[in-house]
Design a protein around this ligand. Structure first.
Ligand code: HEM
Ligand SMILES: N[C@@H](CC(=O)c1ccccc1NC=O)C(=O)O
Length: 271
């Protein structure tokens, strides 16, 4: 065979298929209505679930590396996640201009389904420090998902690991913060703010300054995801009640106000 031509001859499935599972992935688009516009809604949601999975993987890698004092490995994983968050956020584009009439064409078929029930998004929030035991309740009937969420609830968040690293690097972090109940939402602490103020005022190329900036990028992009979701929702359904049972836009506005890594922002006033 000529050396320029690709291989055509495989026993059974192709090595591509064995690796990518494209046949499985491209047959998971079970729409619930006959509306042709539903396909992109479903696929965008599935694409975002895949990005959530990648980002959770990066942040778990980062959290583990921090625990082992391998700060550069953590920063590298966080930087990869920044690019991935940019791609995640770019995937809002196909849904960003949905009109209420377009969304209504398949909205009723969604029943009580809501992104609120996304377990991977919940793991992502837990890693950020937005812990809440009640968020496990919707998943009681799904043992694997429930077990993964339960584990994530009881593990220190990515930000808990960052704060513990600051303490090991000599910053004065109180025991109340270091030994906090990690199953509860992280609350900002003045000593952590003071630590970041000192880090920011010091060597801009130091490992903690670089870690702090990677975390700030993450926080900003998570805030952008929440905001893009909020604006797409406002365009598509105004102030209607959500399929998940929440007040809809008003509830999402409250969620979007949640600060990610709060002291990384407030410390900036004191540098
Ligand atoms: C225009 C399309 C969309 C609309 C109108 C919309 C609407 C909503 C509403 C109203 C809520 C509040 C919960 C409830 O249902 O009562 C919600 C929550 C949520 N949605 Fe969407 N959504 C859209 C697209 C998406 C997509 C593509 C994803 C990707 C997975 C997604 C993920 C989520 C998540 C994770 C939550 C929970 C947020 C939290 O817990 O803070 N949504 N959405
Ligand atoms: N919560 C939306 C429905 C919705 O957007 C949705 C439905 C099923 C699966 C994912 C969804 N995306 C975000 O909530 C609504 O109230 O119309």
């Amino acid at each position: 065979m000529s050396h320029e031509a690709p291989n055509l001859d495989f026993e059974g499935s192709t090595p591509y298929e064995d690796y990518v599972k494209a046949d499985v992935l491209t047959h998971l688009q079970h729409t619930l209505s006959d509306d042709p516009g539903e396909m992109v809604f479903l696929v965008t949601t599935q694409v975002m679930e895949l990005w959530f999975t990648v980002i959770v993987h990066e942040w778990e890698t980062a959290a583990r590396a921090l625990r082992e004092d391998r700060t550069q490995v953590a920063t590298d994983a966080l930087k990869r996640s920044v690019r991935e968050l940019e791609a995640l956020n770019a995937s809002w584009t196909p849904l960003a201009g949905l009109t209420p009439a377009q969304f209504n064409s398949y909205r009723s078929a969604l029943g009580e389904g809501s992104g609120f029930q996304s377990a991977m998004y919940r793991r992502l929030e837990f890693l950020l420090g937005d812990k809440s035991a009640s968020m496990l309740v919707p998943h009681r009937g799904a043992p694997r998902v429930h077990a993964e969420l339960e584990k994530a609830l009881h593990e220190p968040s990515l930000y808990d690991e960052v704060v513990r690293l600051l303490a090991r690097r000599g910053y004065d972090i109180p025991d109340a913060v270091l030994q906090r109940d990690v199953t509860r939402k992280y609350e900002a602490a003045p000593e952590v703010e003071a630590a970041w103020t000192a880090v920011y005022a010091g060597d801009q190329n130091g490992e903690l300054a670089r870690l702090g900036e990677a975390l700030t990028d993450v926080a900003e992009l998570v805030w952008r995801w929440r905001n893009d979701h909020l604006v797409a929702t406002r365009r598509a359904m105004g102030s209607k009640t959500g399929t998940g049972g929440s007040a809809g836009v008003a509830w999402l506005e409250k969620r979007a106000r949640n600060n990610v890594f709060p002291e990384l922002w407030t410390a900036r006033s004191y540098v």
